[in-house]
Design a protein around this ligand. Structure first.
Ligand code: BEZ
Ligand code: FE
Length: 275
């Protein structure tokens, strides 16, 4: 395809989307009979959002990020694959690589200990994906990510876990808590003003790679946690809710090297083959 043709097609798309967006905005203005004073307030809100770098967050709370993710990756999902989910803005590259069994944190990390284990397999055949790499990141037990919290060490609760040749992975972590994505900025203020909260339910992020397979980016959610039914970005999908087993048997605790009851989550990830 010539360069000119590519540019013409791109412009065609831009023209189409801009026209539709203009129509949608005008419809709202007409329907709500927006007055000049309200328009000026909206403009100053958007200026503030820009100044604070919160346009991505605005897209998140409007539900646009999840919708676009669903449209973008719909072809990577079929009945047998693990559901994808948004990456979110808190991913960091180059987390330390650990051979499974690994740990996302030191042994004295505050919170309920959680062991995650399972297999990374082909959705089509059920065969294991040898040496799959699971890039995992999460907030701590009070809902803070290490890169936004001076009390945590660099890359705490982040690791790339290398599954074994049978696609088996295992790592130790703590059960994360939900957290506030508003944090006093203009988007958080908007949420408050319209009677919505800015909380995300607890979750663990995954980005999983296997040779000849499409990368799966997703999130898992502990069950029965606050805001599971009202995630501020609307990202909860039922099949991504974990089943946690609480283990209290002192013999099992000793085997796992923990001094308190702990949780186990068994979760297999099913990836789609590249064509
Ligand atoms: C997250 O999933 O970590 C996230 C998503 C949207 C805004 C902030 C954080
Ligand atoms: Fe997150």
């Amino acid at each position: 395809m010539s360069k000119e043709l590519v540019t013409a097609i791109k412009n065609h798309r831009l023209i189409e989307v801009t026209e539709k967006l203009t129509m949608a905005i005008k419809d709202v203005v007409n329907e709500c009979e927006i007055k000049e004073e309200e328009l000026l307030k909206a403009i100053s809100f958007l200026n503030e959002v820009g100044k604070k770098g919160e346009f991505h967050l605005l897209s998140d709370v409007l539900g646009v990020s999840v919708l676009v993710d669903n449209i973008t990756y719909q072809d990577d999902a079929d009945a047998d694959t693990t559901l994808f989910n948004v990456e979110g803005p808190l991913y960091r590259e180059e987390a330390p690589i650990q051979q499974s069994p690994g740990s996302l944190c030191e042994l004295d990390e505050p919170g309920d200990v959680l062991f995650m284990q399972g297999k990374v397999i082909s959705a089509a055949t059920g065969n294991p994906i040898p040496n799959a790499l699971l890039d995992v990141w999460q907030a701590n037990a009070i809902g803070d990510y290490e890169n936004e919290d001076e009390n945590q060490t660099d890359y705490n609760l982040r690791a790339r876990i290398l599954a074994d040749h049978n696609g088996y992975y295992e790592f130790r972590t703590v059960v994360p808590a939900g957290y506030d994505i508003g944090k006093g900025g203009p988007v958080g203020e908007l949420m408050k003003a319209v009677g919505r909260h800015a909380m995300r339910p607890a979750h663990i992020h995954f980005k999983i790679e296997g040779e000849s397979f499409k990368t799966l980016t997703t999130q898992l959610f502990p069950p029965n946690v606050p805001w599971l039914d009202s995630d501020a970005i609307g990202a909860v999908k039922e099949p991504l809710i974990m089943k946690l087993e609480k283990v209290t048997d002192p013999v099992e605790c000793k085997k796992r090297g923990v001094t308190t009851p702990f949780y186990i989550c068994q979760y297999d990830f099913r990836l789609k083959e590249k064509v």
